[in-house]
Design a protein around this ligand. Structure first.
Ligand code: 4AD
Ligand code: MG
Length: 480
């Protein structure tokens, strides 16, 4: 007999049919006469209930079944007597595929803290919360490819091992196959990268952008979707050392079109989740309502999860220049009352997440796209504006998250680009191939990076980025 998936049975199962289910036990309860087992196989947030008649059942088999065990059940689909489910399985045959000793199995049918679950990340897929997040994460991956494919973009694989530091922030993980206690040195006493595996200094990529630009200068519209790595020592609820980024790059697009694309993508994905992940979102929505009860009134979010997603999916984002944002922040209550950790006193300051969140959550009360930032706080490749002070950068800021997208129109003019590289000490000789894109057939173009985990954080309503990637990598943490 072929196994049926729980999702299929719950939505399309016909009463009276014989079925086989293989799944993990969430709970088992019952009496001398009858045993109820709730089973989940990952196909849906919902469990299927198995009813075992103890008069005919093999008690020795039943005794081996507890929360976490994996079992195979044959039986008949019947209308459920109890409330909470329409159908259930009347078991005729139960087989234990794998036991889970209740004295050792760490997951019990009760609420565990997210902190505890992080310590057992190898098992947390088996909770409702993480299986819901995992399915939503999957749906978002699918939605991203669908969005770009529908628009005629090509997906490009950019290298994971690279010789460049695209963002110029120097926060890279080195890639080498030197023996760490015996690193070859040159006569000058410097590391002899020529004798390393690639014959040059290499690191894990921080962004696929530079290579993505090369592809866009031939293919027109491309996007990358790959892992990126940053050795920044930020122990926050928004930073990972290994995260996934979506980076579209579009030839002939200016900054406005770049903002349009970013806004369209985010709305598409939010609506995609609302359409395709209704059960999981309903579960997470209810979970969040419970969580909020433990918070102080002023810390509670003004909207429930699904309400918030609908709001963002339906309303236009606010577009504000950096200069206007600084004026708003300078005159804001928390700035005047010195409530910000970093006070805003003048033009040119880099915005911290407290400022971004003030603009989004308190001032505009909707997503905000900030654009035209001071050139000194942005990367060398951004297009210089005529005011000679700002560049055509844009960041999209989301409630509860802060920056979710960072992008820009690119500097396509060779002279201006070279001048900026010199000013910012970006090695021109190493990036000769990048400069060639300006030397041969250059064209205006724009792109951005969407942090995938920040997107999943927003869509699931979770509070910590460590809970939306299966195996988070953060400072001092690379278990599993
Ligand atoms: O703003 P960032 O650094 O931009 C770039 O890397 C550009 N090269 C993108 C481009 O124009 N093609 O990063 C882009 C996004 C951020 O807005 C944020 O959502 C996410 O990546 N991000 C992180 N997410 C998790 N952990 C981190 N440490 C992150 N750093 C950036
Ligand atoms: Mg950024």
């Amino acid at each position: 007999m072929k196994r049926s998936e729980v999702k299929h049975l719950l939505t399309e199962g016909k009463v009276g049919t014989e079925v086989l289910v293989k799944a993990w036990v969430r709970t088992k309860r019952g009496s001398k006469n009858v045993s109820f087992i709730a089973l989940n196989d990952g196909s849906t947030i919902n469990n299927i209930q198995v009813v075992v008649d103890m008069e005919t059942a093999d008690e020795a088999v039943l005794n081996r079944i507890s929360t976490g065990a994996c079992i195979a059940v044959k039986g008949k689909l019947v209308e459920s007597q109890g409330s909470g489910q329409k159908i259930e399985i009347e078991a005729t045959d139960v087989e234990v595929l794998g036991e889970a000793n209740p004295d050792e199995y760490p997951l019990q049918p009760k609420k565990h803290s997210l902190e505890f679950l992080r310590e057992i990340a190898h098992l947390r897929f088996r909770t409702n919360t993480f299986s819901a997040i995992t399915r939503i994460r999957h749906a978002m991956i699918f939605g991203i490819h669908e969005f770009f494919n529908n628009k005629g973009f090509y997906n490009i694989h950019t290298p994971i091992i690279t010789g460049s530091d695209a963002e110029g922030a120097g926060e890279t993980f080195k890639v080498t196959n030197f023996e760490l206690d015996d690193i070859p040195k040159t006569v000058e006493g410097e590391v002899d990268f020529k004798s390393d595996f690639f014959g040059k200094e290499t690191n894990l990529t921080v962004s696929g952008q530079l290579e993505g630009e090369l592809a866009a200068m031939a293919m027109g519209k491309i996007y990358t979707f790959g892992p990126t790595f940053r050795a920044e020592n930020s122990n926050t609820t928004r930073h990972l050392a290994e995260f996934w980024m979506i980076e579209p790059e579009v030839a002939f697009a200016d900054l406005n079109e770049n903002m349009d694309l970013g806004e369209d993508l985010l709305k598409y994905l939010i609506n995609y989740a609302l359409e395709n992940c209704a059960d999981d979102l309903a579960f997470l929505d209810a979970r969040l309502v419970e969580e909020e009860k433990n918070k102080k009134a002023e810390e509670r979010s003004p909207m429930a999860l699904i309400e918030k997603l609908k709001f963002v999916g339906e309303n236009d984002f606010e577009r504000v220049t950096y200069t206007d944002a600084i004026n708003i922040l300078r005159n804001s209550k928390p700035n005047k009352k010195k409530k910000f950790n970093y006070l805003i006193d003048g033009w040119g300051a880099d915005l911290q997440s407290e400022h971004e969140r003030f603009l989004v959550e308190k001032h505009f009360k909707k997503p905000v796209i900030l654009y035209n930032y001071p050139k000194d706080i942005k990367s060398f490749y951004m297009r210089q504006n005529d005011d000679e002070k700002t560049v055509g950068a844009m960041d999209i800021l989301f409630p509860g998250i802060g920056e979710i997208v960072g992008g820009s129109q690119r500097e396509e003019r060779m002279e201006k680009l070279e001048q900026r590289m010199t000013e910012m000490n970006v090695p021109k000789d190493e990036l000769w191939w990048y400069l060639d894109s300006r030397k041969f057939g250059t064209a205006p173009h724009s792109g951005f990076g969407l942090g995938f985990e920040r997107l999943v954080l927003f869509v699931t309503g979770m509070a910590n980025i460590r809970d939306v990637i299966p195996f988070p990598r953060t400072p001092k943490n690379a278990e599993f």
